[in-house]
Ligand binder design. Structure first.
Ligand SMILES: NC(=O)c1ccc[n+]([C@@H]2O[C@H](COP(=O)([O-])OP(=O)(O)OC[C@H]3O[C@@H](n4cnc5c(N)ncnc54)[C@H](OP(=O)(O)O)[C@@H]3O)[C@@H](O)[C@H]2O)c1
Length: 334
């Protein structure tokens, strides 16, 4: 940050010298030099404004708890493992109290104990989002949250089944719709008034997926649910005043969901979550989670359709194989 500030100051002083010379040259009527000085000065002005735009929000928002309110709570769905668990840790480190929601009470109890080491309060709610097809299901969750000053909602819970669509069990398709899509819609719905009416700012972070941009075969229902959550979150961001909406669309993240697969294009949960928190600080409404995934997605979107489709089919086959090997492994462990 110090280096950026110095760079900024240096650019400002070069710019003012250029302006000074520019007027000297106008006075002496040296046309070419005057023109070049003008162009140089405009170029510097553009760079300066870009730098200022990048710096201002992150300086203003350096202290997340300051922006969203001391003693406030972050609610993380699917917070007992993978990306959700990392959000619990990183937000507890920033002094947010943590409420997590998933199915396994024992796992959440253990995580709450770990989080209390950061000096924050914790709470967990046992809920299976696969049962969340009634309004009453979400009203029950709200009753357990309404007395908390909630400042951040992380719509993270998700599940992925892969296979040929027509051979997939209907129940699996319904499960992805309920756990991935409906949970994001309903958690946002039950908390939005509470988040909007606070004295401080609030945030909603939705963990969508890069497949929202690269819908692939064998994960077609999953891709569809992720396109929904991405569009839903980004559309709310457009007119929101008091809530910072951020949609996150990463590719591979090494968690149980992809059988802890590691590779050049896969990242760790900590890298993802720290990048997302940084993007939130900078006031972004969309994040790819890391530069690597941003580059891959933008590259593919830019290439012609035949090439892109070939890669999407390869990705779908890769995800189906990972899913099948996870199922085999789980069966062996039983
Ligand atoms: N990993 C990736 O490569 C990747 C890439 C892009 C996007 N994403 C998205 O990131 C999010 C998190 O994924 P992850 O990789 O961290 O997955 P994960 O490691 O499998 O963790 C999933 C979390 O959700 C909870 N959960 C699963 N089903 C649930 C249900 N029906 N009701 C309540 N809780 C449930 C799990 O806890 P319990 O089992 O204890 O209930 C766990 O805490 C998902 O939305 C996923 O689609 C993942």
């Amino acid at each position: 940050m110090e280096i950026l500030k110095r760079g900024f100051q240096l650019l400002v002083s070069i710019h003012s010298k250029l302006i000074h010379k520019y007027y000297q040259h106008i006075y002496r009527k040296r046309k070419l030099k005057t023109f070049l000085m003008g162009v140089g000065s405009l170029y510097l002005l553009r760079r300066l404004s870009q730098l200022a735009m990048a710096l201002t929000p992150s300086i203003r928002r350096r202290n997340l708890i300051g922006r969203y309110g001391e003693e406030s709570w972050a609610v993380i769905t699917g917070g007992s493992d993978g990306i959700g668990k990392e959000f619990c840790i990183q937000l507890a480190k920033q002094k947010f109290n943590i409420a997590l929601i998933s199915r396994n009470a024992k796992k959440m109890d253990q995580i709450c104990l770990e989080l209390q080491n950061y000096g924050v309060q914790t709470k967990y709610i046992v809920a299976d989002f696969n049962n969340g097809y009634t309004e009453d299901f979400y009203n029950q969750i709200y009753k357990q949250l309404e007395y908390l000053d909630i400042s951040i909602l992380v719509n993270n819970v998700g599940t992925g089944e892969a296979g040929q669509f027509e051979q997939q069990k209907m129940e699996d398709s319904f499960m992805m719709l309920r756990v991935n899509a409906l949970s994001t819609l309903m958690m946002t719905r039950i908390l939005i008034n509470k988040l909007q009416n606070r004295n401080k700012k609030s945030a909603v972070i939705t963990i969508s997926s890069g497949l929202a941009y690269l819908p692939s075969p064998f994960v077609s229902v999953y891709s569809g649910t992720k396109a929904f959550t991405n569009y839903f979150t980004q559309s709310l961001a457009l007119t929101s005043k008091n809530i910072d909406f951020l949609s996150v669309t990463p590719l591979g993240v090494s968690t149980a969901m992809i059988n802890y697969k590691k590779g050049v294009n896969t990242i760790e949960t900590k890298e993802l979550v720290l990048n997302v928190i940084n993007d939130l600080r900078q006031g972004k409404t969309h994040s790819f989670g890391c530069y690597k995934h941003k580059r891959i997605i933008n590259h593919l979107l830019w290439r012609n359709q035949n090439y892109r489709n070939k890669i999407k089919i390869q990705m779908g086959i890769g995800l189906r194989n990972t899913h099948l090997s996870k199922i085999r492994q789980d069966e062996q462990q039983k």
